[in-house]
Design a protein around this ligand. Structure first.
Ligand code: MG
Length: 483
């Protein structure tokens, strides 16, 4: 079996409307637009959580976050520095599955599935790793003038220096974030060259476009959308560098490149956009979980095709396993579906997936089947707790529950047709209930019967500790934006 090289590019908080090919008028993304023209673009692609850690754990394991106890983290949205929890090393990740069939595997960039040594990428099927173990706003930064809660200020000040890791070792603290994406790109090029005999799997997880927004000067100067547009340009630049290197090495035809994001844009007033979609990162409106996805593999995937079938990041594991002959674990439930029948044809095929469940934390908030989406619960308290989202934003995301929307005619979820379609409501409500019984739902107090626990360590420690004598290049980042 001839096995393709696989490059998976995952952005951070890049919204549905942030790319030219998805309708952005202000960000320039020629390389990504070209990738879409030469490959397949998905319009109804979902990540399995509207926030970072659960989305990433789900994508790597092919499971909804609550299935693997990755819905929330002792009440937290995402993993924080020094948290005791992490993705269970007993789970099979995409890297682990591909390793078994001879792939050399590397991860570059943001991990966010546990920062304790037991949970780092090298414990999860990656031969090597270079990057930040969590978000780039979890290091030392100046105070946010919008934050007034003294407890939160104290908590933010207490954060340890941002660790840059090679494999399992911290090699720098508080790296220059303007230069980091360039370092990631160099690392990726080196990996491709060293492994051109293949097959290889490269998981490139951008720092961009998560706050704080630091980009190289030429990109800031050329941006029509401030620092945000500059960071999007950084993502586009890396795409071009990777495509160029694959061509130089003669690997272009036989490499599957996948481009996506871990969740929707955070706040539209900081430069990001979820296009026509309602809602933001952290909500189960479409803007939270529906994100760009593009796949390019010239020898196999037809060019210029746009697909509107429901697809999800949890489908990557079974799909890539199907393509490469790797094993999907048979001794446990995997939620993802092999969608290769969609990818390899430009024609209409029976959709491999017709339902999708929207979780925020461990709460089941919505279910989609076909064109219908039923909202069954909504919890915005966590947004208030972050202290950086205004009441206006919270109100805008409130809406009525339950609510039924026809996503085919109403992509922006503006018109609640709950009262007009009792049969659809009954059908989707039954699906929601079956899902609750299967993997649980905090909103209704149902404990799932088919869940597997995340891993934990006793006495966790942060990877770094601030030392005033240490020669940091930035002892404290000068931008206050977080989130
Ligand atoms: Mg994110």
């Amino acid at each position: 079996m001839s096995r393709p090289n696989i490059v998976l590019i995952n952005c951070d908080d890049l919204g549905y409307g942030d790319l030219g090919v998805y309708g952005s008028q202000i960000n320039k993304t020629p390389a990504i637009d070209k990738m879409a023209a030469e490959g397949m673009r998905f319009t109804d692609f979902y990540v399995a959580s509207p926030v970072c850690s659960p989305s990433r754990g789900a994508m790597l394991t092919g499971c909804y976050p609550p299935r693997i106890d990755f819905g929330d983290f002792d009440g937290g949205w995402v993993l924080m520095p020094g948290d005791p929890m992490g993705l269970n090393p007993n789970e099979t990740t995409i890297a682990g599955a591909l390793s078994e069939v001879g792939y050399t595997t590397k991860m570059i960039g943001k991990w966010h599935c546990g920062d304790q040594p037991e949970f780092l990428p090298t414990q999860h099927g990656f031969d090597s790793y270079f990057g930040l173990p969590y978000s780039n706003d979890m290091g030392r930064q100046v105070d946010d003038p919008l934050t007034t809660d003294p407890e939160r200020i104290e908590r933010l000040r207490a954060r340890p220096p941002l660790p840059l890791i090679r494999d399992r070792e911290v090699v720098q603290e508080q790296p220059d974030l303007r230069a980091l994406t360039e370092r990631y790109a160099e690392e990726a090029v080196r990996f491709i060259r060293e492994n051109k005999e293949g097959p290889f799997f490269l998981y490139f997880a951008h720092m961009y476009v998560h706050l704080p927004l630091y980009a190289p000067e030429p990109m800031v100067n050329a941006s029509g959308n401030g620092d945000y547009g500059a960071c999007v340009a950084g993502v586009d630049w890396v795409t071009e560098v990777l495509m160029d290197e694959l061509k130089r090495q003669g690997l272009d035809e036989d490499t599957l490149v996948i481009f996506t994001s871990d969740n929707g844009s955070r706040m539209q007033d900081q430069g990001g956009s979820n296009g026509e979609l309602r809602g933001i990162k952290g909500t189960t409106w479409e803007g939270g979980l529906r994100v760009p996805c593009i796949m390019r593999w010239p020898s196999k995937i037809p060019a210029g095709v746009v697909r509107s079938d429901i697809t999800s990041s949890i489908d990557f594991l079974p799909t890539l396993a199907g393509i490469t002959g790797a094993d999907v674990p048979q001794d446990r439930i995997i939620d993802g579906t092999d969608i290769s029948s969609l990818i390899f044809t430009g024609d209409n095929v029976t959709p491999p997936r017709d339902t999708f469940f929207y979780y925020m934390g461990n709460r089941l908030e919505a279910v989609r089947k076909g064109k219908w989406k039923l909202h069954v619960s909504r919890e915005l308290r966590a947004h208030q707790q972050t202290g950086v989202v205004s009441q206006a934003v919270i109100d805008e995301n409130a809406g009525t529950v339950p609510g039924l929307f026809d996503l085919e005619s109403d992509i922006g979820e503006t018109t609640n047709v709950y009262d007009n379609h009792p049969d659809v409501v009954a059908d989707l409500s039954a699906l929601a209930q079956a899902c609750r019984v299967d993997i649980g739902d905090e909103a209704t107090g149902v404990a799932g019967v088919n869940i597997r626990l995340a891993a934990r360590v006793d006495n966790p420690e942060t990877l770094t500790h601030y030392d005033p004598e240490h020669p940091y290049i930035y002892a404290e980042y000068d931008k206050s934006e977080r989130g």
